[in-house]
Write a protein that binds this ligand. Structure first.
Ligand code: FAD
Length: 408
C-alpha cells in the first residue's frame, strides 16, 4: 500500500516525487514513457523560453551554456535530478485505470473495502477530435490477475506517519485503509492518494480533413534534417508551429506557414502569441524569401504530394508539398479522472479538472492534479502544483493524526 501514486514523470510528477521523498511518504511514480517524456519530444536543439529558475527543482542546479537551456540541457538536468535523488520512478509503464476501492478514509480510520467489490469504473481510453488552431501550450480492461506487489503493507512505514501517529489505527486496519487501485500494463497497485501529473499531450488536435492520416502528415515536429531541400507546410498559430517553421526555413527547407492572420498579428503573450524571439527571426526569413506565409481560411484536403487550402478571402489554392505538420495543440486524456468522479470545467485552453488552487485536490478526496492539464500551462506552474499537492497531503495526514480516534 503506497501513501501516494503519482501518474506521470514530467516536471510536475518529478517535483511531487522529490517533495514526497523529503516528507517521508511511501510513493511511486509511474511513467508511460521516459523521464521528462514531453521535454524529450521537443524539437531537437530547441532553446526553451523559460529561465533556469522557472525550470529547476532546487536553485542553481541547472547550468546552461547560454542564458536559457536547450532541450538537451533541460532533459539532462531532469534525468540527473531523478537519479541523484534516487526518486522512485518506474518508466515505460502505462497507467490504464485508477479506480476507487472504498470510500476515502476519514480521520485516519479506514473504511473497509474489498477488491472484489471495487466500486470504481474502468474506462477505455477514448479519442477526442478537436479542431482549434489558437493554442500555444506549449501547449482496458483491468488486469485479471493481481500481483501481490503493491498490495502488501510496505516497509519502511513512512517516517513522518510512523513518528507522529503511533496511535493511528495503522496496525488495526493495515490492509483495508487504501482507497485506490491503479492498474498498469505491467502490474496492479494500491494507494491512499493519487496525483495525476499526466500533462496534456495525449490527443494532438486534428483538422478533421480528408488525408490527415497520410504518412507524410505529422502532428509533431522533431527535427529538420529529413526535410532539407523539400517542401514543407506547417499549419498552426502558436509557438510550436512558429518554431517548426523557423527551424525548417533556416535549415534549407522550402517552408510555408499556413496561419490565421489573427494569430500572425497577435502580439499578446497572454493570448498565446508566437514568442517575439521566434517571430522576429521568422520575419527575417520572410524578408530573405526563405519562408512563405499563407493566410489561412481553412484546410480543405491533404493529398499525396499536395494540399488544398482556402485562403483568408475564400480562394482555393493547391500547394505542392512533401510533408505537412499540423501543430495546433493537444489535449489531455481526462477519462481516468472523470471515471473517478472528478468534476471538470471549461478553462482558458480547454477542459480542465476542478480543483482547489491551494491544495490541488479535486472534488474526490485523495485525488490530486498538477501540471499542464490544469490551469498551469508552464513548467514553473507544474512544479509548484506538484509541490502544493504534497504539502496538502502532509497537512491532511497531520490533521487526521491530531483528530480523536473514531468510536466504532
Ligand atoms: C515544444 C515545446 C516547448 C515548450 N517550452 C516550454 C518552455 O520553455 N517553458 C515552459 O514552461 N513550458 C514549455 N512547454 C510546456 C511544458 O512542456 C509543459 O508545461 C510541461 O511539460 C508540463 O509538465 P507536466 O509535468 O505537467 O506534464 P508533462 O511534462 O507533459 O508530463 C506528463 C507525463 O505524464 C505521462 N503520462 C501521461 N499519461 C500517463 C499514463 N496514463 N500513465 C503513465 N504516464 C502517463 C507522460 O508520458 C508525461 O511524461 C513547452 C512545450 C512544448 C511542446
Amino acid at each position: 500500500m503506497f501513501d501516494l501514486i503519482i501518474v506521470g514523470a514530467g516536471p510536475a510528477g518529478i517535483a511531487a516525487a522529490y517533495e514526497a521523498k523529503k516528507s517521508g511518504l511511501d510513493y511511486l511514480v509511474i511513467e508511460k514513457g521516459l523521464i521528462g517524456n514531453t521535454i524529450y519530444s521537443y524539437p531537437v536543439g530547441l532553446t526553451v523560453f523559460s529561465t533556469t529558475n522557472e525550470l529547476e527543482f532546487e536553485p542553481s542546479g541547472l547550468k546552461p551554456a547560454r542564458e536559457k537551456p536547450t532541450r538537451e540541457e533541460l532533459l539532462s538536468y531532469y534525468v540527473r535530478f531523478v537519479l541523484d535523488n534516487e526518486l522512485n520512478i518506474q518508466t515505460e509503464e502505462l497507467v490504464e485505470s485508477v479506480t476507487r476501492d472504498s470510500p476515502p478514509y476519514e480521520g485516519g480510520v479506514a473504511a473497509t473495502s474489498s477488491l472484489d467489490g471495487a466500486d470504481g469504473v474502468v474506462l477505455s481510453r477514448g479519442k477526442q477530435n478537436i479542431s482549434d488552431t489558437n493554442t500555444d501550450t506549449e501547449n482496458h480492461p483491468p488486469a485479471t490477475a493481481e500481483s501481490t506487489r503493491g498490495f502488501m503493507t510496505r516497509e519502511p512505514v513512512p517516517l513522518v506517519l510512523a513518528q507522529k501517529s503511533a496511535s493511528v489505527a495503522r496496525t488495526s486496519q493495515p490492509r483495508n485503509e487504501g482507497s485506490f487501485r491503479v492498474v498498469t500494463d505491467k502490474d496492479t497497485y494500491k494507494a491512499k492518494n493519487i496525483l495525476f501529473a499526466i500533462g496534456a499531450m495525449d490527443y494532438p488536435r486534428k483538422l478533421d480533413v480528408p488525408g490527415e492520416d497520410l504518412p507524410h502528415v505529422f502532428d509533431h515536429f522533431r527535427e529538420t534534417y529529413p526535410w532539407v531541400k523539400k517542401k514543407a507546410l506547417i499549419v498552426g498559430g502558436g509557438n510550436s508551429a512558429g518554431e517548426a517553421a523557423l527551424f525548417l526555413a533556416q535549415e534549407g527547407c522550402e517552408t510555408t506557414l499556413a496561419i490565421f492572420r489573427d494569430d500572425w498579428e497577435n502580439t499578446d503573450p497572454k493570448q498565446g502569441c508566437i514568442k517575439y524571439w521566434v517571430k522576429e527571426p521568422l520575419e527575417e526569413e520572410l524578408k530573405e524569401h526563405c519562408l512563405n506565409l499563407f493566410f489561412l481560411g481553412k484546410v480543405i484536403e491533404i493529398r499525396e504530394g499536395e494540399i488544398e487550402l482556402e485562403n483568408e478571402n475564400g480562394d482555393r489554392v493547391v500547394l505542392h508539398n512533401d510533408v505537412v505538420f499540423v501543430l495546433i495543440g493537444s489535449d489531455a486524456d481526462l477519462s481516468m479522472l472523470k471515471g473517478l468522479g472528478v468534476e471538470t470545467e471549461q478553462g482558458k485552453y480547454g477542459e480542465v479538472p476542478v480543483y482547489d488552487p491551494e491544495t490541488f485536490e479535486t472534488n474526490v478526496p485523495g485525488v490530486y492534479v498538477a501540471g499542464h492539464f490544469t490551469n498551469q500551462r508552464h513548467i514553473k506552474g507544474a512544479i509548484d502544483g506538484g509541490r502544493s499537492a504534497i504539502k496538502a497531503i502532509m497537512d491532511k495526514n497531520l490533521a487526521k493524526q491530531a483528530a480523536p480516534p473514531q468510536s466504532s
